[in-house]
Ligand binder design. Structure first.
Ligand SMILES: [Zn+2]
Length: 267
């Protein structure tokens, strides 16, 4: 499932090709992608549109058109853009320079929402907290979100209003980097631990972006190298690279969670 680094990688590749171009033709073949909007109506709005910018907010790709429309793309499980013809194409955009961009999604959970600028801003603001790599994601903000909560810290940081763009993989990695046990109640972290957690989150996400995300073997986010640098995620039984203790696995808030039982402290 794509998280901030995979979405950011998709965004960069899309921006490179589409920014500053006009969408000469748009075709949406899968009604599920745009529902409840009629895919033909959505395609008609896109067609002829000039793309000013492609941004990212949390796990959303935000395509801004010159006419004020905003296309919000959420990749969910397996969505992604392709620049050569592939199977499972759900939509195709053709640009004024002949570039063909296909949206592929084998599991079909991804969504395209075409909104007016203010509607898009409102939706993104409701769904997402501050960008974790931006200035507003301070230790004080994070401390405020965790304070008083009995839920495991890992569950708390998966809330997109706490850490926009974080998912299971980078939460596991961030907690390893922070040396915090994922099962601890969120509200029990002291100020130093919250600061370490903030750093761990930012470090894990930056590393993921540098490695162009993680390719977990199904080819959806092919080219990503982050999987080679996982310190905890999926590494059950392998020695912790910090202390040598075998990495343990547990279910936390219903998700597979890996951690070092020695150097990730229980407080
Ligand atoms: Zn360890």
């Amino acid at each position: 499932m794509p998280e901030l680094p995979e979405v950011e990688t998709e965004r960069r590749r899309l921006a490179e090709r589409i920014e500053g171009h006009r969408i000469a033709a748009a075709r949406i073949d899968d009604a599920r992608l745009t529902r409840p909007e009629d895919p033909k109506v959505a395609a008609a709005v896109l067609e002829g549109g000039h793309v000013d910018a492609v941004e990212r907010r949390g796990k959303y790709i935000v395509v801004r058109l010159a006419d004020g429309h905003v296309l919000l793309v959420h990749l969910r499980m397996t969505g992604g853009f392709r620049y050569t013809p592939v199977t499972h194409e759900r939509a195709v955009l053709e640009l004024d320079d002949g570039t063909r961009i296909a949206y592929r999604d084998t599991r079909r959970f991804g969504t395209w929402q075409l909104l007016e600028e203010d509607e898009a801003a409102r939706l993104l603001g409701v769904k997402n907290g501050p960008e974790p790599l931006g200035r507003a994601f301070t230790a004080a903000f994070l401390a405020g979100r965790l304070a008083g909560r009995r839920a495991p810290v890992k569950a708390a940081i998966l809330d997109q209003r706490t850490v926009a763009g974080l998912g299971n993989i980078y939460a596991v990695e961030a907690l390893w980097h922070s040396k915090i046990d994922p099962r601890r109640p969120a509200g029990d972290l002291d100020a130093g631990e919250v600061a370490a957690l903030r750093e761990g989150i930012r470090h894990a996400l930056r590393l993921g972006i540098r490695r162009q995300g993680a390719d977990l073997g199904d080819g959806t986010y092919a080219g990503g190298r982050m999987q080679d640098e996982f310190r905890a995620y999926g590494r059950g039984g392998e020695p912790c690279s910090r202390c040598g203790t075998p990495i343990a696995k547990a279910q936390v808030a219903g998700r597979g969670t890996w951690f070092c039982p020695t150097c990730q402290t229980v407080g």
